[in-house]
Design a protein around this ligand. Sequence first.
Ligand code: ZN
Length: 377
Amino acid sequence: MTVSVERLPLLSASPGTQRAVTVHRFGAPGARPKVYLQAALHANELPGVVLIHHLLPRLEAAAARDEILGEIVVVPVANPIGLGQVVQGKHLGRYEAMHGANFNRGFPAIADLVAPRIDNRLTDDKVRNVALIRAAMREAVAEIAPRSELESLRKTLTSLAVDADIVLDLHCAEESLLFIYLPLARWPECSDLAAQMRCQRVLLWEGHHGRAFDEGISSPWLELAARFKDRPIPMACLGVTLELRGQLDATDALNAADAENLFRYLRRRQAIAGDPGVLPPLLDHGAPATGTDWVRAPVAGVVVHRKAIGDRVRKGEIVAEVIDPVAGDGAARRTPMVARVDGMVIGRDINRLVRPGDPAVVVSGDAALEDPEPNVD
Ligand SMILES: [Zn+2]
């Protein structure tokens, strides 16, 4: 049984203060698979924190039974900076206050750091290449010199996760169902996670979305494979963003069941010994992330919804209307918001007051949009 808890201090942002990331470790360092799990990188997204609260006792009990086969690293609160961002009674936590950076973007460009370290050292042996690249990734991240508290947070989280086999980043949307972002390059081999977690929508991504944490950790494998085409390099890290419904869905009932499902997944992937039980059927067979339609308010006003979370919609269908409370003209008092795709309503903004351009409704299209919006916000 190997269990430890440690505090990793961040660069101090002001004299007399210092934040830290708390890390729970299970299993022997270097054991495989290595699974990394974090919650609340967007610090106002708390269902994952409750999930981990329910998962930790399960992991501790498994460790006491000597069932931990791999290495499991758990960060219950990935963003202590954002956790302190309470302004006029409201918890913010999505963007850093200093420059407005999204906390889940801008992670280090690992492939650029690693490529020169492995050039001429790769072989025709896939397993050796993975070990070589992981060692180079650890070294490269260790050498990053953070210039701010935010950069030291990004470095700390990256260093904990960079050599993992599976990285699970727990988020939530505002009002939402349970959905997941998975890399197309690992689909459908990774579908057991979506099935076990009972994900109601599976969004398959490829390419880039601003070096979000999941992409920043897993895409380097694809980038290195593209750079060193004559050498076998698999996508050895599965980076996943799990959207645990809406912000108000931080509950014992929902998140304890999520924790049990995640524990079963860890068993199925042999990170923990024991019977994972029967794999539930997939609830969704995958939609392109580039089919996501952020239905934006065309005018300012108060949004009234026509569709519930989980409803199916058709292209051209009205999903909500914006009421202009001061319009003199009767026709201008209600402005429709229309879906651009056939698909499913997976989320709604929690605010009912909208400004032009606000994405009040999120429709996950069944097919890619011709002009997809980059998910960079
Ligand atoms: Zn988030």
